[in-house]
Ligand binder design. Structure first.
Ligand code: ZN
Length: 159
């Protein structure tokens, strides 16, 4: 889950940075993704707005969700039987991708859009397809990455 969150840091979405990480049955990472515009479609041209007079001027028709990118970025032949760690409970469009890709389990951090049509439809499809979904229970609430730590010597660490 921390890898999913770290991947999300690369998203240019100013309002919602979401990451996903797919692991196989041996818990080895086979795909990572975050929400972003399609390849070759410049962030400087397409909008990141959540609201606009016209839907074409919002991010929604264009943005690729983290789940889609994680599946498309897979470094294995397929992701059948894999589990996906994802920051947010998947929307209905990503639920379809997850099911069709053969992913068997979804572990999510937040379900803040639980009552929306998209998430309700996602749960409905997951239930029918026999996909397991469960909330992630972290052992700690924070991981701090300190790039300088590699430069400290063992003796210094003891101080
Ligand atoms: Zn989605």
């Amino acid at each position: 889950m921390a890898v999913a969150f770290l991947s999300a840091q690369r998203s240019k979405d100013p309002s919602s940075q979401v990451g996903a990480c797919i692991v196989n049955s041996e818990n080895k990472i086979v795909g990572i993704g975050y929400n972003g515009m399609p390849n070759g479609c410049s962030d400087d041209v397409l909008p990141w707005a959540r609201t606009a007079a016209h839907r074409l001027d919002t991010k929604y028709p264009y943005v690729c969700h983290a789940e889609l990118n994680a599946i498309m970025n897979k470094n294995s032949a397929d992701v059948k039987g894999c589990s996906m760690y994802v920051a947010l409970f998947p929307c209905n469009e990503c639920a379809k991708l997850i099911i069709q890709a053969g992913i068997k389990e979804v572990i999510f951090m937040s379900d803040k859009y639980h009552d929306t049509t998209e998430m309700t439809a996602a749960r409905r499809m997951f239930d029918l397809a026999g996909i397991i979904y469960r909330e992630f229970k972290p052992k700690c609430n924070k991981i701090i990455i300190d790039f300088d730590s590699i430069n400290s010597r063992p003796s210094q660490k003891l101080l």
